[in-house]
Each structure stands twice: as structure tokens, then as C-alpha cells.
Ligand binder design. Structure first.
Ligand SMILES: *[C@@H]1O[C@H](CO)[C@@H](O)[C@H](O)[C@H]1NC(C)=O
Ligand SMILES: *[C@@H]1O[C@H](CO)[C@@H](O)[C@H](O)[C@H]1NC(C)=O
Ligand SMILES: *[C@@H]1O[C@H](CO)[C@@H](O)[C@H](O)[C@H]1NC(C)=O
Length: 329
């Protein structure tokens, strides 16, 4: 029954595995007193930087080489041109929030306004948008593209909400962007060769003996892009990490993750367990098997080593006895 469920889960995973998740995000900061540029803007598709600009550099980042199509370059120009509007809106946010929190006056004050706007296309076709603004690290406001309004997270954000909503042309533009244009932009830019890089994961199983059980870990590393599914299959398995495991970056711009399960001691050698890895770099899956014969083999080896040690011990004792007897005679 458990195996059947796991297999069903896996088949389901494989079905959606034909496409990746794409996320196009803009990150903006407007700050004072941190030694940062007064304004920064970064546009990222998955983990590839599409555009960067900050107020300390005179010129904006040139169009990356990997954007080679005409439509791609048009999208990039639009990002480039909007940068000045963004600077205006987020500087307004910083000023408004600083004032509403009564933080003006002191020269040493450090204030930072951070905004992010992301649109995500999931492998199942679902499209989601999240636009949030924070002031000094706390939620300030978010944008609801359906009602075309800013939702104030704190009373101090109401003024900024009104300032933004008063400009109905701009607000319509923002709503239209997140509703439709962001998805179009994402679909155009995702054709980029930079996003087609695939690196196949290395999979290895490590076991750790505990009292009454063995913890078996499936290490998966060296893969790109950073979207992966790791599933353990086998009877009586208990997950160790509550099912959620982080995908962490390696130094060589590949990624790694791991998944551990607990195998009860009485099951060791009785069943086999499989770590199945699904990644867009391989057409079906990478499977590593643990337990069963392998564990049986290990037990045989351990027994052999014990027997050898015992034999050596007996040999030593006999040799010693003989020697001492010789000495006595
Ligand atoms: C800022 O000052 C005004 C006027 O003194 C006051 O009404 C308001 O509550 C203060 N706001 C905060 C966040 O302290
Ligand atoms: C599609 O995937 C997303 C993210 O995993 C999930 O939140 C959403 O519910 C899914 N939608 C459908 C229709 O399966
Ligand atoms: C893994 O892929 C192989 C084909 O290479 C397939 O026969 C097998 O059923 C797959 N395993 C799972 C658990 O999906």
C-alpha cells in the first residue's frame, strides 16, 4: 500500500517534470545611511541577472549577449526604460515611510525601503504574482493586481498607498504588467540559452548507524538548474527532515540537496530501498538502491573480518604458549 502510494506520487512527479518553474523578479532598494547606493534595481530570471542598475554607476548595465532575439531585446529595452520610474516610486516610498514613522531629523538615521515583484510560472501552468514592499525589514505594503490597490500592512503605509493610487494611469500600468506582460516577458526571456544549461546530479547514499535503526541519506549534488525531486521508496521508512529539504548552492554554481530516512534495524537486509532522483537533466530518473543484498553482503564481510581477527588472536596465543614452553625447556 505504501509502495503503491509512493509510486503514484512518483508517476505524478514525472508527468510534471517535462517543464521547469520560471520566476521573473525585480528587486529594488531605496536607502539612506547604509553606505549603499541610494537606489538599486535588479531583474532576475530564475538565477540569471537580466538587468542591474544602481545610482552610483553612471550608465545602466548593457543588454546581455544571451538576449539575442528582437523581441528579447525589446523586452530588455522596456526594463531599461522603466528603471527611472521605479527609482521615483521607491524613493517616494522611502521618503513617505521615513516621515510617517517620525524618523526624520537625525543625520545618522539608517532607513531602507525594499520592494520585490515576482511573477512565477509553475510547471503545471499556474501563474502567480507577488508584489511586496518592506520598510526597515518589516512588511509595509503589498499590491493587489486584481483590485489595482495597495494593501497597507501598517497604518504608516496608508499615505504611500494614496500617493500611488492617485496616479491611475501608472497604477493601471502596474496591474496590467503583473497580470499579463510579466508572463509574456518571462516566456520570451526563458528561451535564453543561459537557462538551457543542464548539469546531471551525482547521487550517493551514506548510512549512519543509530541505536535500533539506521539513518540512510541520499546525497544529490552538482546539478543545475536548482529544481529537483528526491524520493525514497521502500517499506516502513520514516522521513527525517519532515519532507522539506533545502536546495543549497555549491561554489561552482551547481546545487546540492539531501534526503534522509530512518530504516528500522529489523528491516535491514530484509528489504531494498531506493533513492529516486528526478531532474530536468535526465530523461527519466537516477535510482540508487540500498539494503537487501548489499546490507547482507556487508554482514558477511563483517563476519569474515571477525573470524580472521579471532583466528589471528588464537594463532598469537598458540605461538606465545609454544615460545614460553620452549623457554622453559
Ligand atoms: C509621529 O508624530 C505624530 C505627531 O507627533 C504622531 O501623531 C504619530 O503618532 C507619530 N507616529 C509614530 C509612528 O510614532
Ligand atoms: C500548480 O503548482 C503550484 C505550485 O506547486 C500549486 O500551488 C498549484 O496548486 C498547482 N495548481 C494545480 C491546478 O495543480
Ligand atoms: C526510472 O527509470 C527507469 C527507466 O530508466 C524506469 O524503468 C523506472 O520505472 C523508473 N523508476 C521509477 C521509480 O519511476
Amino acid at each position: 500500500m505504501k509502495i503503491a502510494c509512493a509510486l503514484f506520487l512518483l508517476l505524478h512527479l514525472q508527468q510534471v517534470w517535462t517543464d521547469l518553474q520560471y520566476k521573473l523578479c525585480g528587486y529594488w532598494t531605496s536607502s539612506k545611511g547604509f553606505g549603499l547606493p541610494a537606489f538599486t534595481e535588479r531583474i532576475i530570471l530564475n538565477d540569471v541577472t537580466v538587468f542591474y542598475h544602481d545610482s552610483n554607476t553612471k550608465s545602466k548595465m548593457p543588454c546581455p549577449d544571451w538576449i539575442s532575439t528582437t523581441v528579447g531585446r525589446d523586452e530588455w529595452s522596456s526594463i531599461h526604460d522603466w528603471s527611472d520610474y521605479n527609482r521615483y516610486f521607491f524613493t517616494l516610498g522611502l521618503q513617505s515611510a521615513t516621515k510617517q514613522f517620525n524618523l526624520t531629523g537625525s543625520l545618522s538615521d539608517q532607513n531602507i525601503y525594499q520592494a520585490s515583484g515576482c511573477c512565477t510560472l509553475y510547471p503545471n501552468g499556474t501563474y502567480r504574482v507577488l508584489v511586496t514592499h518592506a520598510f526597515n525589514g518589516k512588511d509595509f505594503t503589498s499590491f493587489d493586481m486584481n483590485t489595482k490597490t495597495f494593501v497597507a500592512a501598517v497604518p504608516q503605509a496608508v499615505l504611500y498607498k494614496h500617493l500611488r493610487e492617485r496616479d491611475s494611469v501608472a497604477i493601471d500600468g502596474v496591474a496590467a504588467f503583473y497580470k499579463k506582460s510579466c508572463l509574456e516577458r518571462l516566456n520570451i526571456l526563458k528561451q535564453a540559452p543561459a537557462l538551457l544549461i543542464r548539469k546531471v546530479p551525482e547521487v550517493r547514499i551514506v548510512e549512519q548507524q543509530k541505536v535500533g535503526s539506521i539513518t540512510v541519506t541520499c546525497h544529490v549534488t552538482g546539478f543545475y538548474p536548482p529544481v529537483v525531486q528526491v524520493v525514497w521508496l521502500g517499506p516502513d521508512l520514516q522521513p527525517v527532515d519532515e519532507g522539506v529539504t533545502d536546495v543549497l548552492p555549491n561554489e561552482d554554481s551547481t546545487y546540492q540537496t539531501r534526503k534522509s530516512v530512518i530504516v528500522p534495524e529489523e528491516d535491514v537486509g530484509e528489504h531494498t530501498y531506493s533513492c529516486v532522483v528526478l531532474h530536468s537533466s535526465v530523461p527519466d530518473n537516477i535510482t540508487r538502491v540500498w539494503g537487501g543484498e548489499k546490507a547482507g553482503g556487508m554482514a558477511v564481510w563483517i563476519s569474515l573480518v571477525c573470524i580472521c581477527l579471532l583466528a589471528a588472536g588464537i594463532g598469537l596465543v598458540v605461538w606465545w604458549r609454544c615460545r614460553t614452553r620452549d623457554a622453559v625447556i
